[in-house]
Design a protein around this ligand. Structure first.
Ligand SMILES: NC(=O)c1ccc[n+]([C@@H]2O[C@H](COP(=O)([O-])OP(=O)(O)OC[C@H]3O[C@@H](n4cnc5c(N)ncnc54)[C@H](O)[C@@H]3O)[C@@H](O)[C@H]2O)c1
Ligand SMILES: [Zn+2]
Ligand SMILES: [Zn+2]
Length: 345
């Protein structure tokens, strides 16, 4: 066995280096990674070196959307055996704080999240990982699909926070990977009409292929009047903001019906944004938010295994591990074309 990792050495620079194969402790497993997805946050670190207060300091390994095969199992790990295919949930939490104990472990202040400084990511051949955060994939679910469980979990958490149920009508603002995963999640939860909004025609075509009932190109159409028209003036039950723009966040209160829900997912570049709270009050609307996900890997894997959600259609590009730098540069230069790029380790 020999191990290599792709290190980000400075902005937009990457280098593959030999590293040691790590040894699992008693509650860890050693995983041979097969696929790592490139996420918007990885690209942001690669291009800008930081996200908010998380700053890349020195050489850094990107990647947090991954799946592979178990090659060694620590003594006390009971849920996995050598040869199992697994998807790794990227956040390891303390298990002791009120959030962990209360089941909302995504809010643990001491989380160690892959590829979030100072914690390295998984763009490497072999990684050790806590056995209880490695989720077994059924035989007929590939590790390629396994690498997409992470962004799917965000979409599922969004739909859960929004309380989507059979018969609901929904607007998804933004048709990037997260918006499209939210679309898939809403459909799986029983939404009957999903309207997807973006400014890139190619992404809207993608949304239609994945089951959007209507699409709105916000470059050419007024979102508010088009949603009014499509819903007979009522508005939708739930609106998801996944575009992460000031403008789309500001649109949310106008798109929902009275008593409807708003789910904020996208991170806007600006922290403080002008917003029509009078609409919220007059409609007795609810605002929810999403920070990653919790307790959803089994459901995500089950939905893929059962055919309820097809994530394969989301993959637009694939690169070899040796071409990791090329892959990141390509994603930056072809933002409109790439929905999800994977690196095959
Ligand atoms: N809350 C969380 O836990 C969480 C998790 C993952 C990602 N995110 C955030 O979710 C957002 C989406 O992630 P992504 O990977 O899909 O990003 P992305 O950039 O691929 O997708 C954003 C989409 O929004 C569209 N958009 C931008 N401005 C718009 C406008 N004015 N009107 C309509 N559409 C517009 C873009 O064209 C793009 O297709 C990002 O802000 C990301 O940081 C949040
Ligand atoms: Zn991600
Ligand atoms: Zn905790």
């Amino acid at each position: 066995m020999h191990n290599r990792a792709a290190y980000m050495t400075s902005l937009k620079e990457m280098e593959i280096r030999e590293i040691k194969v790590p040894t699992p402790t008693e509650d860890q497993v050693l995983i041979k990674l097969d696929y790592v997805g490139i996420c918007g946050s990885d690209v942001h670190y690669y291009e800008h070196g930081k996200i908010g207060s998380f700053i890349v300091n020195g050489d850094f390994i990107l990647g947090h959307e991954c799946a592979g095969t178990v090659v060694e199992v620590g003594h006390s790990v009971k849920n996995l055996k050598v040869g199992d295919k697994v998807a790794l949930e990227p956040g390891s939490t303390c298990g002791q704080c009120e959030y962990c104990k209360g089941g909302k472990y995504n809010l643990c202040p001491d989380v160690e999240f892959l590829a979030t400084p100072p914690y390295d990511g998984c763009l490497m051949n072999y990684i050790v990982y806590p056995g209880n955060m490695a989720f077994k994939l059924p035989d007929h679910v590939s590790t390629k699909e396994g690498a997409l469980v992470e962004p799917l979990a965000v979409g599922l958490h969004a739909a859960t926070q929004g309380g989507v149920k059979l018969g609901d009508t929904v607007v998804v603002l933004g048709a990037g990977c997260i918006g499209l995963m939210t679309l898939l999640a809403c459909k799986a939860f029983g939404a009957i009409e999903v309207i997807v909004v973006d400014v890139i025609e190619k992404r809207l075509e993608f949304a239609k292929k994945l089951g959007a009932s209507f699409v709105i190109n916000a470059k050419h159409e007024d979102i508010r009047s088009r949603v009014e028209e499509l819903t007979g003036g009522r508005g939708v039950d739930i609106v998801f903001e996944t575009a992460g723009s000031e403008f789309t966040i500001q649109q949310t209160p106008y798109l929902i019906r009275r008593g409807g829900s708003i789910v904020l997912v996208g991170f806007a570049p600006k922290d403080i944004i002008e917003y029509d709270f009078m609409q919220i009050l007059m409609k007795e609307a609810e605002i929810k938010s999403v920070f990653r996900y919790r307790n959803l890997y089994p459901a995500a894997i089950g939905a893929i295994a059962d055919g309820k959600i097809d994530v394969k259609g989301m993959i637009t590009h694939e690169f070899n591990f040796e071409d990791s730098k090329k892959a990141f540069d390509f994603v930056i230069e072809n933002k409109n074309d790439v929905v999800k790029a994977l690196i095959k380790i």
